[in-house]
Design a protein around this ligand. Sequence first.
Ligand SMILES: Nc1ncnc2c1ncn2[C@@H]1O[C@H](COP(=O)(O)OP(=O)(O)OP(=O)(O)O)[C@@H](O)[C@H]1O
Ligand SMILES: [Mg+2]
Length: 304
Amino acid sequence: MYNYSRYNNTFRLFGFDFNRNCLLYQRRDPWVKQYYFLPFSIDVKGFMNTSQHAISVEQLHKSFGDNQVLKGINLTADRGEVISVLGSSGSGKSTLLRCMNLLEIPNSGIVRVAGEEVLIKKNRKGENQPADMKQVERIRSKLAMVFQQFNLWAHMTILDNVMEAPVHVLRQRRAEVRERAIHYLNKVGIGDKLNAYPIHLSGGQQQRAAIARALCIEPEVILFDEPTSALDPELVGEVLQVMRDLADEGRTMIVVTHEMGFAREVSSRTIFLEQGLIIEDGTSQQVFDAPKTERFKTFIAAMM
Ligand SMILES: Nc1ncnc2c1ncn2[C@@H]1O[C@H](COP(=O)(O)OP(=O)(O)OP(=O)(O)O)[C@@H](O)[C@H]1O
Ligand SMILES: [Mg+2]
């Protein structure tokens, strides 16, 4: 057992918590004179993070007032997995994604990103909030979100939109980010629109720019919330093709979608949410060819 003393406090290395990726110390407080555990947050990513799970949620509950939206969701995305999330309007799909990237704080349950558990505490009103804002920033830098309405800044060029988060939030070097942004804009097929403003692009091109923006933060997971729902039908294909290419590259993606073809052919796994619970979960082939619930059968019949 390794021991050292500092300012009359004794810290003793107790072990390693593989779930939280942190060292556990036992600390003797000279005033209280008792031992308790002190999780010592050391970022061990890179040499000790062996977790295959890119993101997971456990027993996730989320309510808005009396409206219980998520009622105990368990979902794990392994690295390289593409999961389609289906469900009727109001079933809680967007809320699930928003809880995953901490735009909403769950009432209870655990969210883990790349093996790191999001730490939650109660504020004075008894509401849940993140315990460590530095951790939230770190976790958000590992997740990217693509929205239905693109959410590009209208007053910035496409290139500046893509560079914004890496330069201003992640504080990466401008020259490096610029090179990477151009690379990803070329990859999604709009390398000729660097200096255009969003208003001068079609919906499909704007959504591809939003995907380049997501890629430019080099996230562990990309969360898509109905990325093609706001597009004219003839523009849906070009965005789906980009997403298909990302799936082929082995990127981890969670995609809320109404595109049954994408769910069935591109995603490795499909889940179906109904009133805040997952009622179908399996390989896309299993779920589409042999659904377990009558509810999903009616859902796909209505979508076809
Ligand atoms: N910020 C919020 N405040 C209050 N209620 C909310 C909030 N966000 C979502 N809700 C409610 O939670 C429920 C689920 O909403 P959510 O947006 O997750 O559904 P969805 O499955 O994404 O639906 P859609 O397919 O229409 O996008 C709805 O009843 C909605 O009104
Ligand atoms: Mg939604």
